[in-house]
Design a protein around this ligand. Structure first.
Ligand SMILES: Cc1ncc(COP(=O)(O)O)c(C=O)c1O
Length: 482
């Protein structure tokens, strides 16, 4: 790594482009500034002129520089910078059930269709994932641990992996032990176990509004009601609203995504995380934390988990967003109060995990390859999110608002109020593009004019074309309304 966080494994021109991109983002280079000539830049950085040209070309592709004939390269005026952040949901929480989600099931089901351009799903590009490395680790684990891999990996699951998780927990601001973890089938099972453990059918769970639709579906299936609390695009869940709501409503648990929220992208400050934990401890309300995007900050240190502020937080996560959703490598750290209950539920509902992926991941984590890989993808997602913000700001009608996430790879986009995102999603699907319309993220069917856009895939000509098409469809719909 160099001082700016570039991986030494990246080609030189990419390292130069990344450095310049950071300077543009930090406004050391401002829109309209003329860049040094290629010859000057190559002298300054002691690289060849073709390398300097490759770096500039890469920044042109990312929409950050423009070449002006006979004049040189200039920092492009950013349209996305002028766009405001999206507004929050209703400030008046009301206990709600999720029946409104039903008509949206078709949209949800079609999100994963392989022939759609994937702007709807929140998934990393398989081409970015370390598939070859994982394949090697899987085959090595199958040889090394053939006996353990062919029998039940009973809860709490593979000790080697739990040991690695404990080591990693220092990075989350925690100091967990291997015994604190129970391995699960993805984060979904962890969330399901947590809700099962702390709630009874008919109970109310405070969730963020908007919230991840998988959590909404879980609440629906478990016969739980939701108390949606608005999320601010920067600060995360609105703690003043939550505090007031808890005075009026009996809540059995809170289930929040404090770091790089899906879909809003917000990350709570340490101060707010501490305030949330203190508030819930005062009311003796269990806090379930979904930390699935926590490792994916775009720059700087990893955000601390809520669990770092209170040992009773039930921490749920997985490697689905970072490594491979298909390996189903998840975990729960339920804390002393809920551990026995969660163990019992895990034993009775799934009996055991598949051991092989756990042994493979433990080896990968032990050898340090995962950290190197994370350093690389954090930069990739930062660029892709910024690039997508620029594309959307150019393609969509005037009057949109866009989130500015500092981690993860989804964007939350507010469209003009007359636009119906479900209608836009249907039109987009007809031409082979998936988006995730706002009402999917709301128990009350709010966010009718919002959509979530995935930036996990490499932005190539196909994706750029899809964003332009989306813009045209949105403008057509708007014209018809007007
Ligand atoms: C916030 C959040 N939690 C949980 C999940 C599901 O995770 P897993 O695939 O590990 O079950 C997702 C997937 O989109 C998610 O975005």
């Amino acid at each position: 790594m160099n001082a700016l966080g570039n991986s030494v494994a990246d080609p030189l021109y990419q390292q130069l482009a990344d450095t310049l991109e950071e300077m543009i983002q930090h406004r050391s280079l401002r829109p309209g500034d003329r860049m040094p000539s290629l010859r000057q830049f190559s002298r300054q950085r002691r690289v060849s002129v073709p390398t300097a040209l490759q770096a500039y070309a890469m920044l042109e592709d990312r929409g950050l520089l423009e070449a002006r004939p006979k004049s040189g390269f200039y920092v492009r005026a950013s349209r996305a910078d002028a766009v405001r952040p999206p507004s929050s949901g209703s400030p008046l929480p009301r206990v709600t059930d999720y029946s409104k989600l039903d008509p949206l099931q078709a949209i949800l089901a079609s999100q994963n269709a392989p022939d759609l351009i994937p702007l709807g799903v929140a998934l990393p590009d398989p081409k970015i994932l370390p598939q070859a490395r994982m394949a090697r680790e899987l085959s090595a684990a199958a040889r090394r641990h053939s006996v353990q891999c062919s029998t039940y990996d009973v809860p709490p699951g593979c000790a080697a992996l739990r040991g690695e998780l404990a080591r990693r927990s220092l990075d989350w601001g925690c100091a967990l032990n291997p015994e604190d973890f129970i391995l699960t089938n993805g984060c979904t099972e962890a969330l399901s176990l947590a809700l099962h453990a702390v709630c009874q059918p008919g109970d109310t769970v405070a969730v963020e509004s908007p919230t991840y639709f998988g959590l909404a579906a879980l609440l629906q299936e478990l016969g739980l009601k939701a108390l949606p609390i608005p999320v601010d695009a920067e600060r995360g869940v609105n703690l003043d609203v939550l505090e007031q709501a808890l005075r009026k409503t009996r809540v059995a648990a809170c289930a929040f995504i404090a770091s790089f929220h899906n879909p809003v992208g917000s990350c709570m400050s340490d101060e707010d995380k501490r305030r949330l934990c203190t508030l819930l401890a005062r009311h003796s309300i269990p806090l379930i934390e979904d930390d699935i995007y926590g490792d994916l900050q775009h720059t700087g240190p990893r955000p601390r988990c809520l669990r770092a502020f209170d040992d009773n937080v039930i921490l749920c996560s997985s490697f689905s967003k970072t490594l491979a959703p298909g390996l189903r490598l998840g975990y729960i750290a339920p804390g002393a109060r809920w551990k026995d209950r969660v163990m019992r539920l895990k034993q009775t509902t799934t009996l055991a995990n598949v051991g092989l992926p756990s042994f493979a991941l433990a080896a990968y984590l032990r050898e340090g390859g995962y950290e190197r890989y994370l350093r690389k993808v954090r930069g990739i997602y930062r660029q892709q999110v910024n690039h997508m913000r620029e594309l959307l700001a150019h393609a969509l009608p005037e009057g949109i608002a866009l989130s500015r996430p500092r981690g993860g790879f989804v964007l939350w986009c507010e469209l003009p109020p007359q636009l119906d995102a479900v209608q836009l999603s249907r039109s987009a699907q007809r031409v082979g593009i998936s988006i995730a319309p706002g009402p999917l993220f709301s128990p009350r069917g709010e966010f009718a004019n919002f959509m979530r856009i995935n930036c996990g895939y490499r932005i190539d000509a196909k994706i750029e074309g899809a964003v332009m098409t989306l813009g045209k469809l949105a403008k057509d719909l708007l014209r018809r309304k007007g």
